[in-house]
Structure formats: C-alpha cells, structure tokens
Design a protein around this ligand. Structure first.
Ligand code: HEC
Length: 134
C-alpha cells in the first residue's frame, strides 16, 4: 500500500517537473472554460457530479467540490492532475468511465488554439482548486 502510494507520488512528481511544464505559462483557454467543455457534461457545471450525462453512467461522477474536504482540507493538486491525465487509476475504477485526458488532449496538441496536455490539465486542476467547498 505504502509502496504503491509512493510510486504514484514519484510518478506524478516526475511528471509535474517535466521540462515542458512551465509553471507560469498562461493557458490559451482558461481552466474554467476547459472544465465547461470537457468535464461539465458528467461532473456538472458547478462540479457537483450532476452533469446531464451522469444518469447514463454506471458510476456516478465524483462531486469535485468535495475533494479538499475529503482529504483533510488539502486539495491534492498532484494526485488530481494524475487522475485527470489518466495516469493514476482511481480506486474502484475497474469499469473506468472517466476519460483519460492526457491522450485526448494529445490529439489536438500543436493545433492552433490548443495548448499541450500538461498546460491544459494544470489549468483545470487550478480551476478545481478554486471551486472547493469550504
Ligand atoms: C464521461 C464522463 C466524464 C467526463 C467527461 C469526466 N469525468 Fe471525471 N469522473 C467520471 C466518473 C464516472 C468518475 C468516478 C470514477 C469512475 O468510476 O470512473 C470520475 C472521477 C473523477 C475524478 C476522481 C475524483 C476522486 O477523488 O476520486 C476527478 C478528479 C475527475 N473525475 C475530474 C474530471 C475532470 C477535471 C474532467 C474534465 C477534464 C472530467 N473528470 C471529465 C466521469 C467523467
């Protein structure tokens, strides 16, 4: 268990410190807009897990405003980044219904108006950090 957790930590840390990830890079599209276009259909426009697709999914999409609350008040940005990228499996996701956005965003990488996956996912993670319930 510890080892697995540790491996995940190392993996996500390594990924986050990849040279292509510029901390201060301003994304072309805001994290909020990325969220509305890519996530809201399942997770809901307010991130509460009540998007229009939620009822046809086998698993209920997570209420993303409760992430910090469920993690002793700390928003685990690195883990969330890895989950969205599809690099960290979410516990109990054998029938994984959450798209792997790293691969999805790679398909448009380099096209005009589209950032690299790491920039887009980081923008989304930052946005999620702002919608956490107190
Ligand atoms: C097709 C529906 C769908 C879309 C689109 C989607 N998700 Fe999810 N997401 C889910 C479901 C369902 C789960 C619950 C886990 C599971 O069993 O797959 C989940 C789980 C998650 C989790 C894990 C939360 C936790 O703590 O376990 C995060 C974070 C997340 N989604 C963020 C996002 C973000 C950000 C986007 C957009 C970039 C997104 N999701 C797009 C369906 C979706």
């Amino acid at each position: 268990m510890f080892l697995k957790r540790f491996a995940i930590l190392v993996a996500s840390t390594a990924m986050l410190s990849a040279p292509s990830l510029a901390e201060d890079q301003t994304p072309i599209v805001s994290g909020e807009d990325e969220f509305m276009w890519n996530c809201a259909e399942c997770h809901g426009f307010g991130g509460r897990g009540d998007g229009p697709l939620a009822e046809v999914l086998i698993k209920k999409p997570t209420d993303l405003t409760q992430i910090a609350k469920n993690n002793v008040g700390v928003f685990p940005a690195d883990t969330i980044f890895a989950m969205i990228a599809g690099r960290e499996n979410v516990v109990g996701h054998q029938s994984f219904q959450m798209p792997r956005f790293w691969q999805r965003f790679q398909q448009t990488e380099g096209e005009r108006g589209f950032d690299k996956p790491e920039v887009r996912i980081k923008a989304i993670v930052d946005y999620l950090g702002t919608i956490q319930a107190p």
